[in-house]
Design a protein around this ligand. Structure first.
Ligand code: BGC
Length: 478
């Protein structure tokens, strides 16, 4: 069979974009049995439309007071009702916890065009992810203290925005109850608690800085706010990184779980969808594979975050590894043997997928590097083609499902033009993710709806500062 590729020319907001990517077609060197094994990852247009329909129903359930408690997509109210005006000023601290790194930031909003950000990433010991909540928050406070002392801020009374990227039921801008851990975290004694209190208590226990936690926000909200600072038409924030989630601007009257939804003078409310949990009630089985089920079983939260586990960077690599190991066991790849490293769970990093797909078709420079890191030697071209084919199957399903999610939100908002602010390692580093997302959204959206996908810089820094500014201003008005 001939290698098939598809050329799609697409024009949106100006420049003509040429997209070249394979759409699930079998490359010449890939064995038909391997093709059959990855078939489950290929979702056609009909299935994508079905995903949009089912997700629409779930989002409506999450928003409505009567159905919220049994909804899987919770649509939490963020209590952020103001998009940035560009007039926000001042110095803010921010903490960013939720992905593979932990960061402390100092953000100085100097003028509309001048935002100074100083940040430091800290090594996050893996043991903290499953230790006690106290140990986790003490560590965060310790890093914050180190940062403040280094920058001579210990005597400054600074407001802090806490980007905490987990499902949180917010009861105000500065009160958020953790509903469940995701992305491999499972610290004891935090679920059901107000995480702002836990953080502030840890800061106060130290007694060596004057920081006041004024706001807690999800990373999607920071991403939206940060993007809206420069793109006033930004109404959706998306993360496709270690985890996946989206938020959007809803009419306050539709945010029924917000106490003042009928009386608030402010017309909008950012909704943190927490779309990662979509499918936890079984409605996504028709797009899941046996490999998804294996991955799910070995996570600390089996049966939870079904959609996220099909989409995000924490799981994509492991999905590829499981397919490859299955092919090896069936003697269809690598002469039926593989390395010790490849046999270890989670050893195939999702960044390898981006690397492998970055090679031009027929070239294997990055692929060879990945194989050597994994200790796999003596591979022939068909093995490398098969590996790339498996990576493409996993990444294109991720992009298709993400496109379904965004289209669901755009339809729900019933708007004709929108900017979507995006962050996360999968979106940033996968060579075709942006193009795939755009391609599939365009196919699913009603004609005439225009959208722009924009990388949002520093959601957890600038975004957190903007939300903290809202909180400080709100308090000042009271
Ligand atoms: C969390 C979300 C977060 C997303 C991206 C998910 O696991 O539940 O709150 O926005 O990851 O970081």
């Amino acid at each position: 069979m001939k290698r098939t590729s598809r050329l799609f020319t697409h024009s949106l907001f100006g420049p003509v974009l040429k997209i070249l990517f394979r759409e699930g077609k079998m490359p010449s060197l890939v064995n038909t049995e391997i093709e059959a094994a990855v078939k489950g990852f290929l979702i056609d247009q009909e299935k994508m439309t079905e995903v949009v329909e089912r997700m629409t129903k779930e989002i409506k359930m999450g928003l409505a007071k009567d159905t919220h408690s049994r909804a899987v997509i919770k649509c939490f109210v963020s209590h952020v009702q103001d998009l940035p005006t560009g007039k926000e000023r001042g110095k803010y601290l921010a903490l960013d916890l939720g992905g593979s790194t932990f960061r402390v930031l100092l953000v100085n909003l100097l003028s509309e065009s001048d935002v100074e950000i100083v940040s430091k990433s800290f090594n996050f010991p893996v043991t903290l992810m499953s230790g006690s909540g106290k140990a986790l928050f003490d560590f965060l406070a310790e890093c914050l203290s180190e940062f403040c002392h280094y920058h001579g801020l210990e005597n400054e009374s600074l407001p802090l925005g806490f980007t905490f990227s987990f499902p949180v039921q917010q009861q105000g801008l500065s009160k958020g109850i953790l509903v469940a851990w995701t992305k491999g975290f499972s610290c004891e004694g935090v679920v059901g608690k107000n995480v702002v209190t836990l953080l502030q208590e840890a800061i106060d226990r130290r007694g060596d800085m004057k920081v006041n936690t004024v706001a807690i926000l999800n990373d999607t909200v920071g991403t939206l706010m940060s993007c809206a600072y420069y793109h006033p038409n930004c109404r959706i924030g998306l993360i496709v990184g270690t985890g996946s989630n989206a938020c959007y601007v809803e009419k306050t009257v539709n945010a029924e779980c917000f106490e003042g939804y009928q009386t608030s003078p402010k017309p909008s409310m950012i909704i943190n969808c927490e779309w990662g949990a979509f499918g936890d009630n079984g409605v996504l089985e028709f797009v899941r594979t046996t490999y998804d089920k294996i991955v799910d079983k070995v996570t600390p939260n089996p049966g939870k975050q079904t959609f996220e586990k099909c989409i995000s960077g924490m799981y994509m690599g492991e999905l590829v590894r499981l397919v490859v190991m299955d092919m090896v066991a069936r003697d269809l790849m690598f002469h039926g043997t593989t390395s010790e490293r490849m046999q270890e769970r989670w050893s195939f990093k999702s960044s390898y997928i981006s690397d492998i797909e970055s090679d031009a078709p027929g070239e294997y420079r990055s692929c060879n590097k990945v194989l050597s890191e994994l200790g796999i030697v003596g591979c022939q071209e068909p093995d490398k083609e098969a590996l790339r084919f498996i990576c493409e199957a996993v990444s294109s399903r991720s992009a298709k499902l993400c496109a379904c999610g965004l289209v669901t939100i755009i339809n729900k908002m019933n708007i004709n033009e929108v900017v979507i602010g995006i962050d996360g390692s999968v979106y940033r580093f996968h060579p075709k993710y942006h193009d795939m997302l755009q391609f599939h959204m365009k196919k699913l959206l009603k004609p005439g709806v225009k959208f722009e996908l924009v990388v949002s810089e520093d959601g957890s820094g600038r975004g957190a500062a903007l939300v903290a500014a809202t909180a400080v201003q709100g308090k000042a008005k009271l």
